[in-house]
Design a protein around this ligand. Structure first.
Ligand SMILES: [Zn+2]
Ligand SMILES: [Zn+2]
Length: 247
C-alpha cells in the first residue's frame, strides 16, 4: 500500500519548500505526494495565479490539490476545476459576534510552534465556544452542499474545540461533523502536524463509514511528509485500505 501525503504547502503559497524538495522527501519515505497550496489567499489570489500554480504542478509527478477556506467562495471555473485532483477545505476563520472576521492564524502559528510565534492568549467562554462550533457546523453543511469539498482539513484545530474538551456538547458536535462528512461523501483528514482528529472522533468516523485522507500540512522542512500520527491511527483502529480517499 502506497500512502499519500495530500496536504502540503510550497513556496507558491506560505510554505518554505519547493515542489521538488517535497517530492524528494516523499520519495525517500515511499509516500505519494499531493500539493495543496492555499487557494485565494497568500500568493494564489487570482484565477490567473491558480492557472500558473496548476501549470507549475504539471511539471512534477504530484497530485494537484488546493486548500480552500471554508466559509468563503472558492468555486473555480470548470476549466481550472477539472485540472484539480482534490479540494481540501478547512476552517481558517469564523465570524465573531459583531460580524467581523476572527482569524485563526495566530492560534495556528502558536500551536504549530512556528518560530517567533506569539503565545495565543485569547480565551473563549463555554457559551462562546458553543456559538462558534455551531457556526462551523453551518459552514460545513453549506459548503459541503454548494461547493466542491473532497476532504475536510484539520477539523478540530481551533480554540473552540479546546474550550469544550471532555464535554457532552463536544461529543455531539463530533457526531454531527461525522454525519455531515458521511452525508456529503467528504473524507476526513488525519493530520500529521496537528495530531488531529483525536482517536475518539476518528473512531466515530470509521464506524460511520467515512473515508480518511492523510496529510502532513507541512509548511517547513521539519514537518515535511510527517504522517506518523495518521498512520498510527490507521493501524490502531484497523482502517482498511479501501477506506482511504483516492483522488
Ligand atoms: Zn489549513
Ligand atoms: Zn494547510
Amino acid at each position: 500500500m502506497k500512502y499519500f501525503d495530500l496536504h502540503t504547502h510550497t513556496v507558491m503559497s506560505d510554505g518554505d519548500c519547493t515542489p521538488q524538495q517535497l517530492l524528494d522527501t516523499a520519495n525517500s519515505k515511499g509516500y505519494g505526494l499531493g500539493i495543496s497550496d492555499h487557494l485565494f489567499c497568500c500568493k494564489l489570489l487570482t484565477l490567473r495565479d491558480v492557472e500558473h500554480y496548476l501549470n507549475e504542478l504539471d511539471r512534477y509527478d504530484v497530485l494537484h490539490g488546493v486548500e480552500a477556506n471554508l466559509g468563503e467562495n472558492f468555486t473555480l471555473p470548470h476549466k481550472l476545476d477539472e485540472r484539480v485532483d482534490y479540494v481540501i477545505a478547512s476552517v481558517h476563520s469564523v465570524q465573531d459576534l459583531n460580524g467581523e472576521s476572527l482569524q485563526l492564524g495566530p492560534y495556528f502559528c502558536d500551536r504549530a510552534g512556528d518560530e517567533g510565534a506569539l503565545p495565543y492568549t485569547r480565551t473563549f467562554t463555554q457559551d462562546e465556544a458553543k456559538y462558534y462550533l455551531e457556526q462551523i457546523l453551518r459552514i460545513y453543511e453549506f459548503d459541503f452542499k454548494n461547493q466542491r469539498v473532497d476532504i475536510l482539513g484539520h477539523c478540530t484545530v481551533h480554540p473552540f474545540y479546546d474550550a469544550l474538551l471532555g464535554q457532552q456538547h463536544l461529543s455531539d458536535w463530533q457526531d454531527e461533523t461525522v454525519a455531515l462528512c458521511k452525508k456529503y461523501d467528504v473524507a476526513m483528514e488525519i493530520s500529521g502536524l496537528w495530531h488531529c482528529p483525536d482517536e475518539e472522533l476518528i473512531r466515530k468516523a470509521h464506524l460511520a463509514g467515512v473515508k480518511f485522507s492523510l496529510g502532513s500540512d507541512c509548511h517547513q522542512p521539519k514537518h515535511t511528509c510527517n504522517l506518523d500520527y495518521a498512520l498510527n491511527m490507521l493501524h490502531k483502529l484497523g482502517v482498511a485500505e479501501d477506506r482511504l480517499f483516492t483522488a
